[in-house]
Design a protein around this ligand. Sequence first.
Ligand SMILES: Cc1ncc(COP(=O)(O)O)c(C=O)c1O
Length: 491
Amino acid sequence: MSEVNLLPASAYKFPSWAIYLGQASTVAERAFEIESDTLRSRHLLHTISIITEGGLALCMSRNESAFERVVGLVKDHERWFSDCLPMIASENVASRRVREVLASDLGHRYAEGWPEERVYAGCKYIDQIELTAIDLGKRLFKAEFIDVRPTSGVVANLAVYSTLSAPGDTLMSLAIPNGGHISTGKKEFSGSAGLVHGLNVEYFAFDKDEMNIDVDKTRKRMRALSKEKPIKIAMFGGSLFLFPHPLRDLNDTVREVGGVVCYDAAHVAGLIAGGQFQDPLREGAEIMTFSTHKTLFGPQGGAIISRGRFSEEIKKSVFPGTTSNHHLHSVAGKALAFAEFLQFGKSYARDVVKNAKGLAQRLADLGEHVLGEKNGYTKSHQVALEITKYGDGGTIERNLENLNIIVNRQLLPGDLQAGRHYTNPGGIRLGVAELTRLGMKKSEMDEVAEILHLALSTDKGREVKARIHALRKNHQKIGYSFENSSAYFFR
Ligand SMILES: Cc1ncc(COP(=O)(O)O)c(C=O)c1O
């Protein structure tokens, strides 16, 4: 239906600018201003009412076409991504059932509070779903306590800050160029820890060659800082995260300076659950937060686990502290994803780490500057490339996107000192969690490395796209799953 066809014939008699105003009430008001002298005539009032209807019809038709357009854009997105290399390290694909429960009636409902102690009626099945998610999550992470309600990793972190600290207290974390995330960042960079919870954020010392926290310097820094006031939280973990953090080496010092060891596993939760990274709760962390959708199989969301000591405080910090109603459809998706991960997580995590190592090695063999060489490039799902010989990370991110390679630009250690910043950093970050779930293994990683190298170092864009197309042809389904579903079914 076209917009013009929806207008009653009388509407055409009015000035075209009025017709295109779009909102019925505005059409009427503007007409009133123009024709104020003659408006007293009943005839014109009648015409205005017709125009109002015409405006409404126009309005509806525009809304309807916007509605259709958005549906079309989602389809376009899925079509495009089915022909891309999706390598954002914080992303993954969820299986069909996980995606279907997101569209279920649960997404309309309110619960609030803990299962069986809800604020809202109508929760008899919702409670069972959440209790199942809790049971599965505890088994997955061998944790005494889990709260599956946080709606994202950031919300999980904020809840932990509320549990353990008050505004003005000190939190230690990684600086962003060293791999830290904005949710553990300083107020002056709009980091959630500083901006939202009012924490004073201090940084762990970092060793560029090791691509890891410098233990000795961090010990010294914590002791010096604690002379002023105690450090309440040491938040390990990060966004650029190649190697396990030295929790065992720093635990005692954190306790000595009055702090609680916490661990942000937003990125590596799946590798931890699959037994392929470190095991924070067994290495001294009291609390671990994570996203449910990066190296795990879940819908986008967050969760908090602990050894039990702070469970009641965490519950209160989640509700009512940082969330009123949590996302019940997402909780169902988390339960399904945890069940899938208990079944397939071990082999998946092993394959992810193998793929990342394979990709890093092949890229290095092709002459790319892969960080972390000293320790074998990576032990996670990520590979970090220094790309300054080709330009800046922002431009390269865009160029790669034009070639159907989706990656992140990445601030690297030393970038700020070199005058680079977030929009033009010195690196890109590559993730293989999604490619692995799409069934790629060692030989595909070699091909991905060669495609990336071609894209970075030549202008053979056509060849790049053709090779991606050929590679993706056989990788459209979601593996490590009870189903054998397509990754792209919104068509
Ligand atoms: C270390 C770290 N923490 C927290 C988050 C936030 O997670 P979410 O996007 O689930 O809020 C991220 C996101 O990438 C992250 O890298």
